[in-house]
Write a protein that binds this ligand. Sequence first.
Ligand code: ADP
Length: 427
Amino acid sequence: MMSVVLGAIADDFTGATDLANNLVRNGMRCVQVIGVPDGDPDFGDVDAVVVALKSRSCPASRAVADSLAALGWLQKLGARQIFFKYCSTFDSTDQGNIGPVSDALLDCLGGSQTVMVPAFPVNGRTVYQGHLFVGDRLLNESGMQDHPLNPMDDADLVRVLARQTDHAVGLAPRPILSDGLSATRQHLSTLQEQGVRHVICDTLDEADLATLAGAVVDMPLVTGGSGLGQALPRQYRLRGWLDDVPEPGRLAPGSGGALVLSGSCSRATLGQVAHFINRWPGFALDPLKLVEGGEHLDAALSFAREQLRVKAPVLIYASADREQVRQAQTALGNERAGELVESALGHLALTLVQEGVGRLIVAGGESSGAVVSALGIRTLRIGNQIDPGVPWTQAHSTYPEPPLSLALKSGNFGGPDFFTRALEVLQ
Ligand code: ADP
């Protein structure tokens, strides 16, 4: 059986892709699996496997059970190091799930210490003296204090994590990191002798990430954001664990009709929709019409078929401004409006892929989840980056020949020309 170097467990779908993208950019061949697979994998040569869970905001006991199931599966693949990936804003509550999941993974791996490296300096997420900053704001003044599921009202991560675990939490401060790799290693080992099991790591820049990666490469478990995923591959290469692969993000050529489905109402996505319909026609999905029956969806399908017939890219979008979304939500309820859109996007994707769409772009985290699930996709091979955090991917096994290419974008990601440029990049 093939042996992977890094096995990652991500607590949400787009976070998994973000990490996978950074691994590929730094020379690792990578696949992302959605949920814990039942059987043995059939995805050929890879260096890293990222399991995408939905464990960020569920009860801690569920997050632990799912994460341990993922760990068991990754161990069978021979993963040399396990990476527990969470958000760079340390999204969690006093009940978890970062502390309980890290403890359970460490117990199972028989390790005595792990590190917490949430920082992602290129995205403005840094940690100093254990305090997490988003740009020039402390975490608790960054907007994250109002998050609907896991409000972050304390920027002191040592304190935050101490509320989630019974074990000792310590700090690897910047002044030690600045003294270099051996000082950092020595500091971690002193903390270990003192019984400190979790170490929050300061990180101001790429140099700190490189130092940390060197200090933690031999730990059975590391935890953090996708920033650490940029720095670890170099260490694996220095250890001789990785072959030099000239094009780790190489995918089969994209083919088939091009379809963009947009269910995100973020500012970035609205700009991308506007940019696209300046050049090509698009079809606006209206949740208020979707609720009336199948005619609206049939009209969307007819529009798509006509565009595909003349070999033009298709855009179908529910993306709407705040006022339109408010109207739909007032009439239907927030949940029902969302469900109607998501199920329509899933139906359109499945129908049109069966009719020959081979290149599919989806805007929106939840929307991407709905489409991937409607298509029954369980494994994605990660390709080259389109825009920061968003790579092209290719679905495996369900659609063997030719493979279905997918770009799954969370709302705020991507430049204004994302949809059209993504298609060019795939060429
Ligand atoms: P993002 O990544 O921007 O948060 P998501 O797809 O995760 O995007 O979430 C957007 C949510 O809004 C989805 O549940 C989607 O179904 C819903 N939605 C999309 N368009 C509309 C609309 N016109 N009215 C109401 N809800 C909508």
